[in-house]
Design a protein around this ligand. Structure first.
Ligand code: ADP
Length: 553
């Protein structure tokens, strides 16, 4: 027997329809790539997105075809995004921070037929176009006035296409399991792999992220997603802001502290989301210029672990509450958030911090388990480390074109590649990426925990911990520190700073001061590159007597 309710396929075009019908005048403000601030509304975005769907049809794009975007967060990007998905094509967000080789690999693998690009990325595309044979058209997201300076044979103008096509277009006449979007993992392990989201998975993710313990945005909010749309779908905000009717502020290409501060204040932003490095830049800018925040109430921080000093600064110096989140491209991306429970909400602010610093609890739609190397379940005691496994309504089932083969275990869980603990209150804490964890004398040392404490040292700008070979213990931790400009530091003062905050045997065997701690394409510390740079490094505890330290990084 079947239930007797209406069939209403969960397709994401309905999200923008809703925004147009009920929040048509709600603003979308963008720092344009050309420079000036541009103001539009959900209603206008809806019309223009429909015109783009017709333009794509005119270019021969059909349901299921991949159409890429290589673009910053702007209203035009949102129009392209809904224009592509609404007509049943697949919106493939390309990360412009990837190396050109990886970009070409991804475009070819996805067989992208059209690329929407900002002016910024034309030089990369021009240089590598010959290596992207599937790409039939490049659409430059600008107007005719700026096209005059574009020396790209055959490039089409976004605004001309919008002007030339009608908004009369049927959206969403397909099954909810139709693919809507494609996003590749940044390839920190092997070749990038494609995660092919369905309309249904994006729709459900949107509903879930609107919950108060999750993103919790409301129609009255003004939202600034600093997190790019090419990085795991801007954590769903291009969908959830439309679904709730929030005002959306797009930062374009300017993600530095001063530009973000200006937007937060000039647009009266109440909610924002970004990776920790963006917030560090903002705080540095505000401190140096003695600035305050007048409207910002809440930030969601994820992508890498949130250092304690960051949460304290937001809370104590600026009155902004922080929600720590964990997720990955493979989980659409929100997997857990550290919102308080009935029990933890009663704790003092200081005691609550212990939970805020964890990566948090799964919302409905996500299931988690911890397992050992043999796949046996491990206890949720807050102490036992294990492989973090996830399954749910918006979690990857297999990679695009079957890359990586079977990726789920017998119970349908996906291995996140993260190592974590889960405490009795349900708060998950990432202790490391499985490939970064340090194995010392058969025990595991969490590099993330040491890094987060070390970066709280007033002289430290960035800190990274890696394992270095040791004859007796296999591996021992080395702390790399990038100091604040103009500072000098000693190994002793950093080790003294860690003392009492971590187990004694976790104390790094060495502290190396470096000019640069490299960040990868999604703003995370690039440990692969650090390990490469430190290839010749030998621990002082592993050196023959009398041999001095060698700076390799
Ligand atoms: P990629 O895996 O391609 O680098 P993702 O953006 O999908 O790109 O990264 C997901 C990974 O980022 C997670 O598996 C985890 O290791 C890390 N991560 C995300 N959020 C957090 C967080 N709050 N704390 C620690 N690590 C995090």
């Amino acid at each position: 027997m079947q239930g007797l309710m209406q069939t209403w396929p969960l397709t994401v075009d309905k999200i923008l329809d809703h925004a147009k019908n009920w929040h048509t005048d709600r603003e979308i403000v963008s720092r344009s790539v050309e420079g000036p601030m541009v103001r539009t509304t959900w209603g206008e975005v809806h019309t223009r997105a429909k015109r783009l769907s017709n333009a794509l049809k005119g270019l021969g794009i059909q349901k299921g075809d991949r159409v890429a975007t290589l673009a910053w967060n702007t209203a035009r990007h949102i129009e392209a995004w809904y224009g592509i998905m609404g007509m049943g094509a697949v919106c493939h967000t390309l990360n412009p921070r990837l190396f050109a080789e990886q970009l070409c690999y991804i475009v070819n693998h996805a067989e992208d037929q059209v690329i929407f690009t900002d002016l910024t990325f034309l030089p990369i595309l021009l240089e590598h176009r010959a290596k992207m044979p599937s790409v039939k058209h490049v659409i430059v997201m600008t107007d005719e006035a700026h096209m005059k300076n574009v020396a790209f044979p055959g490039a089409l103008c976004f605004e001309t296409l919008v002007a030339e096509h009608s908004a009369d277009c049927v959206w969403g006449d397909f099954d909810e399991n139709t693919p809507a979007a494609l996003c590749y993992t940044s390839g920190t392990t092997g070749n990038p792999k494609g995660v092919l989201y369905t309309h249904r998975s994006n729709f459900i993710h949107t509903l879930v992220t609107m919950g108060r313990d999750v993103m919790g945005i409301a129609a009255a909010d003004t939202v600034l997603p600093v997190v790019p749309m090419f990085h795991a779908n801007a954590w769903g905000l291009a969908f959830s802001c439309a679904a709730i009717g929030a005002k959306l502020v797009n930062p374009g290409q300017k993600l530095d502290g001063a530009s973000i501060y200006e937007l937060l204040e000039s647009e009266s932003v109440t909610f924002s989301a970004a990776v920790p490095t963006v917030w560090q830049m903002l705080l540095t800018h505000m401190r140096e210029n003695n600035l305050a925040l007048s409207t910002l109430q809440r930030v969601v921080i994820g992508g890498s672990a949130v250092p304690e000093a960051l949460v304290r600064a937001f809370r104590d110096d600026y009155g902004v509450s922080v929600t720590h989140a964990w997720g990955m491209t493979e989980t659409s991306p929100l997997g857990t958030l550290a919102s308080p429970t009935g029990k933890t909400a009663k704790l003092s602010a200081e005691e609550q911090l212990r939970f805020t610093l964890k990566q948090g609890r799964p919302p409905i739609g996500i299931e988690l388990k911890l397992v050992d190397d043999e796949g046996n379940r491990l206890p949720h005691d807050g102490v036992t480390f294990g492989k973090l496994m996830v399954r749910g309504a918006f979690v990857v089932g297999e990679y695009f074109k079957g890359d990586g083969g079977e990726i789920l275990d017998d119970e349908g869980y996906f291995d996140t590649g993260d190592v974590a603990t889960i405490d009795p209150d349900g708060f998950m804490q990432i202790t490391d990426r499985a490939k970064d964890v340090i194995k010392s004398g058969g025990e595991w040392i969490s590099t993330i925990e040491i890094e987060n404490i070390a970066v709280g040292h007033p002289k430290a700008e960035l800190a990274a911990v890696i394992g270095a070979a040791h004859p007796k213990w296999d591996e021992r931790p080395v702390l790399l520190v990038k100091l604040m400009p103009g500072q000098t530091g000693t190994k002793e003062e950093f080790l003294a700073f860690l003392e009492g905050k971590i187990a004694k045997w976790w104390t790094p065997d060495d502290v190396v001061f470096v000019d640069d701690i490299p960040l990868g394409a999604t703003g995370k510390i690039d440990k692969k590159l650090i390990r490469l740079r430190m290839a010749d490094y030998v621990l002082p505890t592993a050196r023959p007597a009398g041999v001095g330290a060698k700076e390799t990084a």
